[in-house]
Design a protein around this ligand. Structure first.
Ligand SMILES: [Zn+2]
Length: 265
């Protein structure tokens, strides 16, 4: 087997609880994933923490590996893709957040905004919506639609004023250090602000059924570093100064969940 050009940076401790003891859970071949790039290993090794049971890959990618993985572009990841159907897909989420905010709108930051439709739909409600993303092409695409967009990691982002809502739609599983990211989100969120997170739910029976038929796509997601269950995600949020206030089944991906949490004092 050829040696991959870009190796993963191995976790020395559990990315959620810092425990140094974790064991291999399973391996998967990610070479069939559309975002796979031959310069990274086709094998993914999933670990489980002995202390908190968090499930994560043995390591994450550095800047050069990410540049290779992000180097490919797909029509369905372009800002503005499928804009009419996407609007309908996002409306229930924006509506729920607005209800939980008792119709107080304000500033909404979407982290890792992909096709931009969550931002477009939030703007329709009257939010002052903006986004950050690590892909320069996405940032240019959102800016072309007249929205504020920056190419920066959440943990490096200091906005001029706090946000009222921060959303991480299908991005937390891609973040090398989710606890650091959630903690940073809290620092740039207003006092009663909301954090909205969607990610696959490994506690769901759909996930179990996918495992039973050996068709669970998530073990082979080359860009994912974590698998969360509802309880594990809630625990993370609570430890970072949030309280979970709403759970919903995610509508966009298999086994998906959506959690809304409020910043606590
Ligand atoms: Zn742990």
């Amino acid at each position: 087997m050829p040696v991959p050009k870009h190796k993963r940076i191995h976790y020395k401790t559990c990315p959620l609880c810092d425990a140094s003891s974790f064991k291999e859970l399973r391996r998967a071949d990610c070479s069939g994933h559309r975002n796979y790039h031959r310069d990274v290993s086709p094998q993914m090794i999933w670990m489980r923490c002995d202390s908190c049971a968090h499930v994560f890959t043995d390591g994450y990618f550095g800047a050069r590996a990410l540049a290779a993985l992000f180097g490919q572009s797909y029509e369905d990841e372009a800002v503005g893709y499928d804009i009419e159907r996407q609007r309908h897909a996002w409306a229930p989420v924006i509506e729920k957040v607005t209800e939980l905010r008792a119709n107080r709108l304000g500033r909404w930051l979407d982290v890792g905004f992909l096709n931009g439709s969550a931002i477009f739909t939030a703007a329709e409600w009257g939010y002052q919506a903006s986004g950050i993303d690590l892909r320069p092409r996405a940032v240019q695409g959102l800016a072309a639609f007249g929205f504020e967009a920056q190419c920066v990691a959440l943990t490096d982002y200091t906005p001029p004023a706090p946000f009222d809502v921060i959303s991480l739609f299908d991005v937390i599983e891609h973040m090398p250090h989710p606890r650091v990211a959630v903690a940073h989100a809290r620092t740039i969120l207003a006092d009663d602000g909301l954090l909205v997170i969607s990610t696959p739910n490994m506690d769901s029976m759909v996930w179990t059924a996918l495992d039973q038929t050996n068709t669970n796509p998530y073990w082979k997601e080359v860009e994912h570093y974590h698998c969360f269950g509802r309880r594990a995600l809630l625990d993370l949020l609570e430890r970072c100064g949030f309280s979970g206030i709403h759970y919903a089944v995610g509508r966009r991906f298999r086994a998906g969940m959506e959690l809304i949490a409020r910043k606590t004092a």
